[in-house]
Structures are given as structure tokens and as C-alpha cells.
Design a protein around this ligand. Structure first.
Ligand code: TYD
Length: 133
């Protein structure tokens, strides 16, 4: 089964431009408790390099693009997030890394819980041991 789970947001809009709608428990499969976004990521910078014990997230580049790598300890898969209608689920206990941010990248993330540093696993060896491989 593929690690990469994409959600296609419907592109609404008209002759004035585009509009995309995200709604909890509709096209977002959870109750949204936090929204954050990454902007101004400097050239050559990669981010992420962690997994979450419980947190569920959805990531979408509302502008620009970045390359998202997912790793469940068994397989690694990657894809470009390069459209405001192409969102990716980042499920719990999946190591994730973001690379190759474009200058105009705005990476929007929706999360089902408030920020909690205790939910992070930032050490890759610990991640591997916690998933029992
Ligand atoms: P971090 O999650 O480490 O960034 P990334 O994995 O995307 O590279 O977060 C960077 C810093 O911001 C870290 O000190 C924690 C803080 N932070 C919050 O305070 N609240 C949040 O919701 C997030 C995502 C991060």
C-alpha cells in the first residue's frame, strides 16, 4: 500500500481567479485544531526530519512547491507538493522531510492537535526502534 495519501481539493473560482475550500470533517478528515505555514524558506534548507506519535496533519503548498519525503521505516516515498489543490496526509508515526522549497513556497499545514513538543520523535534511530523495526 502506498505511503503517500493525497487529497485533491476542488478548484473553485471563476474569471476572477481561483478559490479552494478546506472544511473539517469534509475534505479534511479531522477536526482542525491548529494551522501553521512555512514561508521564506531559504535556498538549500530542508525541514521536518521528525515523526509524530499521535498527530495527524495535512500539508499543501498554496504557492510554489517543495518535495515531500515520507518514511515509515520500511519504505520511503516522495512526491512534489506543487499545486494548491494537491494535499498530502502526514499520518502519525511517519517520518517526514521537506526539501527543495521554491522561493515562492507557502507550505500550509493543518493539524488535529495543538503544538506539543512531547509528541515529536526527532531522532531517526529512536523512530526506527519505536516502530519496532
Ligand atoms: P519544527 O516542527 O521543528 O519545524 P520543522 O519540522 O518544520 O522544520 O518547528 C520549528 C520551531 O517552531 C520549533 O522550535 C517548535 C516551534 N513550533 C511551535 O511553537 N508551534 C508549532 O505549531 C510548530 C509547528 C512549531
Amino acid at each position: 500500500m502506498s505511503l503517500i495519501k493525497l487529497i485533491d481539493f476542488k478548484l473553485l473560482g471563476d474569471e476572477r481567479g481561483h478559490l479552494t475550500v478546506l472544511e473539517a470533517n469534509k475534505n479534511i478528515p479531522f477536526e482542525i485544531r491548529r494551522v501553521y505555514y512555512l514561508t521564506g524558506t531559504l535556498p538549500g534548507v530542508s525541514r521536518g526530519f521528525h515523526a509524530h506519535k499521535e498527530l495527524e496533519q495535512i500539508a499543501v503548498c498554496v504557492s510554489g512547491k517543495c518535495r515531500m519525503l515520507l518514511d515509515d521505516g520500511k519504505q520511503k516515498e516522495e512526491t512534489w507538493l506543487d499545486s494548491p489543490t494537491k494535499a498530502m496526509r502526514i499520518q502519525k508515526m511517519v517520518w517526514h522531510e521537506m526539501h527543495d522549497f521554491s522561493d515562492d513556497c507557502v507550505l500550509l499545514v493543518l493539524a488535529n492537535e495543538h503544538y506539543d513538543e512531547a509528541d515529536y520523535i526527532r531522532d531517526y534511530q529512536r523512530f526506527l526502534s519505536e516502530i519496532g523495526r
